[in-house]
Design a protein around this ligand. Structure first.
Ligand SMILES: [Zn+2]
Length: 464
């Protein structure tokens, strides 16, 4: 049996892990590379799609699913397995990726960048729909504890990873001697809406583990909800617009949940809260359909079938471009939640242009802002910022706190790995090299009998 990582090996994007037994080949995740120069690496797959018998998708983020349309287009004939929520979210994420691919291709064509082959989109909406026809939904082990046969001699169970809605820790029974547990992306503990990450019950001799935060602990921030309440109340009292940049998947739904709770408790005034992102609106609809998948706290926070966490009187969603534009001339205090989360593109940039120069307004940052992004410059206190090519003075109040990470940090990852039964061999992926090395050192100290591998991209690891 061999395991070959064709992405997320010394980086955090492009998750693709090929598991081969004597009888079958299964692909764990089929993600796209992201970041500069990713495009060329997302045109084809580094293995033959025809040789893959089945695919298991851990969760719907594009760096774990984005190459599925290419896999199917290029000859994969098997089935794809994911939880029902992952299937529904994945369709929206892949259609969005296809739209971006079309825009990128048009940009290259107009500027005559690369050769004509590069002027075609890496995938189309038709590729996405053909890929979705291959997806079979399977329940979490806590819903139905049966094994699901997915390929010759290989069976699957999924535990909850608590990372985004539908996220799973897939466990593959590969042979009488080998069972592999894949962490997927492991969520942080105690994030609203999501369950805490589950640990498999069956012994797993191979642990394929993410290491995104393998080298550090998140600062604990128990006062995040209080900080949100204070900021929104202060901005509302000034009569200003509070602009909150947020990723469409996960962060937007979390903010809706918290703002709903705060409004119900009378801790923020009942001002209009507008989600201005078509993708975020569609994803919120999917989140609302899977209320059974939420954690127990959500049932005590919002008791009763009629008290829906992700809908309330003062919350609304824009659908058209005109509705979005109309927000710029609306008066009175208001919250606008929009994407992209790091303010580099999307509708959020329009809202910043209309609000950032007025001291009554606020930019409220609740997520990580990477170096080089507009969001990071605003967070770091820039006096001026360039938006759509024009310079604007930053006079709005800027409030920033990075709360509610979607990833387990080092102590949480270690505590989880410690509890996976029967591990003899850990394979570390989905982390920068420093993070992987630090996590490998921790595992070596805690579990001296484990073999710990940090594979290079495309380097097969054998198990006997
Ligand atoms: Zn993820």
């Amino acid at each position: 049996m061999t395991l070959t990582c064709y992405g997320a090996a010394g980086g955090v994007t492009g998750s693709k892990h090929l598991v081969t037994t004597e009888r079958a080949t299964v692909l764990l995740d089929c993600g796209m590379f992201q970041g500069p120069d990713a495009d060329g690496r997302n045109r084809t797959l580094p293995f033959s799609p025809r040789d893959v018998d089945a695919v298991v998708i851990s969760h719907a983020h594009a760096d774990h699913t984005g190459m599925l349309p290419v896999l199917v287009r290029d000859g994969f004939r098997g089935r794809v397995y994911a939880t029902a929520a992952t299937r529904d979210i994945m369709r929206l994420i892949l259609l969005d990726a296809a739209m971006i691919a079309a825009e990128d291709a048009l940009f290259r064509k107009r500027r005559a960048l690369g050769d004509p082959e590069d002027w075609k989109p890496t995938m189309t909406p038709e590729d996405v729909e053909r890929a979705m026809e291959r997806v079979d939904a399977i329940p979490y082990a806590h819903e139905s504890n049966a094994w699901h046969d997915i390929a010759d001699g290989i069976a699957l169970k999924c535990y909850d990873a608590g990372h985004i809605l539908g996220s799973a820790v897939p466990v593959l029974r590969l042979s009488p001697d080998h069972t592999l547990c894949f962490s997927g992306d492991l969520g942080a503990a105690d994030v609203p809406i999501l369950r805490n990450p589950e640990v498999p019950l069956e012994p797993c001799d191979v642990l394929l583990c993410e290491t995104t935060y393998g080298d550090r602990a998140h600062p604990s921030f128990p006062g995040a909800t209080d900080a949100l309440a204070d900021a929104v109340s202060r901005g509302a009292a000034r009569g200003g617009t509070i602009v909150i940049p947020a990723f469409s998947l996960g962060r937007t739904q979390l903010l809706i949940y918290l703002l709903h709770q705060l409004a119900d408790a009378g801790r923020i005034p009942r001002i209009p809260i507008v989600v201005d992102s078509p993708l975020a609106s569609e994803l919120t609809t999917v989140y609302a359909q899977y209320r059974d998948a939420y954690d127990a706290e959500s049932r005590s926070d919002f008791p009763g079938a009629q008290h829906v966490p992700l809908a309330f009187e003062n919350l609304r969603f824009t659908h058209t471009r005109d509705e979005s534009k109309a927000l710029n001339s609306a008066s009175g205090p208001m919250v606008i939640i929009s994407a992209s989360g790091m303010m580099t593109n999307g509708r959020i940039v329009h809202h910043l242009r209309h609000t950032i120069a007025d001291p009554r307004n606020m930019v409220l940052i609740t997520g990580f802002q990477a170096k080089g992004t507009t969001g990071r410059r605003i967070q770091d206190g820039a006096k001026e910022v360039t938006l759509h090519g024009e310079s604007y003075p930053v006079r709005a109040e800027v409030v920033a706190f990075d709360a509610f990470s979607a990833h387990a940090d080092q102590p949480q990852l270690l505590a989880w790995a410690d509890r996976v039964p029967g591990v003899r061999h850990a394979v570390l992926v989905h982390g920068e090299d420093d993070a992987r090395a630090a996590f490998a050192a921790q595992l070596a100290e805690r579990h001296p009998a484990w073999r710990v591998d940090r594979p290079l991209e495309g380097q097969p690891i054998s198990f006997t």
